[in-house]
Design a protein around this ligand. Sequence first.
Ligand code: MSP
Length: 503
Amino acid sequence: MEKFYLTTPIYYVNGQPSIGHAYTNITADIIARYQRMIGNEVFFMTGTDENSQKNVEAAEKAGRADDIQGYLDEMSALWQQSFDTLGLTHDRFIRTTEADHKKAVEKFWQAVDAKGDIYKGEYQGLYCTGCEAFVTESELVEGKCQIHKRAPESIKEENYFFKLSNYRQALLDHIEKNPDFIMPKSRRNEVVSYIDKFMTDISITRQSMKWGIPAPGDANQRIYVWFDALINYLTGVGYGTDDQRFEKWWPANLHLVGKDIIKFHCALWPAMLMSAGLPLPKQVLAHGFFTIDGEKMSKSLGNVIDPLPIVQDYGNDALRFFLMREIRLGEDGDFSLSRLAERYDGELANELGNLVHRVLSMTEKYFEGEIPERAEQTAKAEAMKNYQANMDEFRLPDALEAVWKIVREANQFIELKKPWVLAKNEDLHELSDTMYLSLETLRVLAWLINPFMPETAVKILTKLGLDPGTEFAQDYFSGLTWGKLAPGGKIDKGEALFPRREE
Ligand code: MSP
C-alpha cells in the first residue's frame, strides 16, 4: 500500500462554483477514487482561498464591509455544500483563515527568512486584483488587463520581497531532470520560458492591504495571497502542527490545477519549497478550460454555468461521465447542454443502460433470473491493461474510452450470439455461456466504472444480486479476476439505469 496525496486549487469565494471548478474537483475525485480502489492510502484535499483582495471586494459589494469573516464563512460553506452535492470524497476541505494554516504560514516564512531569501525593498508597479498578481505594462492592452478588462492599480510601497530569481537554475534543472514534473508535456515549454526569461523576485507582502495574514515580525504588512495560498498544501498534512503526519504525507503526489495557474505551481511554489528546504511535489497536472460558445466563462459576461441544476436533471454520474468524455485532459473544450443530452441518450441510456437491461432481461427469461454456469474467457485482458495504464498516468478520458470499448463489444457480442435464436433452437450450452459471459462482463464493468460513476457501479452490482460493500471491499486485482460471479446467484433487474429523459 502506498500513500497518495492529491490536491486541487483552493478557490476564491467571490462567487459560486461553476462547471469549470466542478470539472477540476470531479477530475480529482475520479483520481482519488481510483487510487483508493487499487489499495492506496489517499489524502485528497480541496478548499477555499480566503485571504484575497478579491474576496474583500466581493464582501464590500455585498454590503458586508464590516463583517468580512462572516461573509467568508457563508461563502466557504456554500462551496462545501456544492462539493457535497456533487458527491466528492475529499478528506479535508481547508480554509486559509483557519488557525493551523496561520501557524504553517508563519513557520514557512521563518524558514525562508532564515535562508536569507526575504528582503525589504520598494515596490513600484501595477497590481491586478482580478488576477491577484503583479502585472507589467507589456501584459496590458490599452492600459487594461486582458483577462479582467480593467486597469490595474498603481502601487508604490515598502514590501518584503522573495528572492525568486535565486532559484532560476535550480528550477530549470529540476524540470529537466524530472520530465513528468509538469504534465501534460505541452505545458512545459511555457513554464521553462517564463522561468528563463521573465521570472524576477516578487513582492510577498502588501502594506495597503487590511485583510490577510500579517507578516511575522511586521504587523503593518500582510502576506501576498499567493504566497499564503500555496502553503495550504503543507498545512493540510500537518506542517507546523503535526510533524509525524507531515513526514508521512509530504511531498504531494499530485497537484491538479487549471492551466491558468501553472506558473504559480511550477515556478513560484517549487522555489518557495526549495528555499524552505522541503521536497517538491512529484507532479503538477494542468487541465484545460471549459468555454461557453467559445468564450471564457466569467461573471462579467454572464455566461457562468452552475453545475447543480445539471446534477438535478441528470444526476452526478451523468455529469461526471460527460465531463470526462467531452475533453481530453489538458485540452480546452466547449461546454454544451445539447452535447450532454446527446451523450446521455446515446452512450448512457442506449449503450450502457441498454446493455445492462437486455442482459438482465434475458437472464430472467431464459434462466429464471439465476446466474448460469461459469464460462471461460480471456478477451478483456488487453482492455483492462489499457484502462489501468491510462488511470495510473491520469489519462482519464482514455481510460474511460477503454471501458466504453468493453461496453460496445458486449453489446456486439449479444448481437452476434443472438440468445433468442439459441433459446429457440434449444442450444442451452451456448446460451448459458453467452449469458454468463455477459453477466460477468457487467460485474467487471462495475469495477472499472466505479471511479467515474460510483452510483452506477453500485446499481449494477445490486442488479447482479451482489452486495456492493462486500464486492468493493475485495482487493482490486482479485476482484477483477474473471469468473468471480458465482453461478446460482439471483439477479434483480430493477429500474432502468439511465431512464429516458422527458423533453
Ligand atoms: N485561489 C487561486 C488558486 C490558489 S491554489 C493554491 C485561484 N482560484 S480560482 O477560484 O480562480 O480558481 C481557479 C481554478 O478554477 C482553475 O485553475 C481551474 O482549476 C478552475 N477553473 C475555473 N474556471 C474553469 C473553467 N472554465 N474550466 C476549467 N477549469 C476552471 O486561482
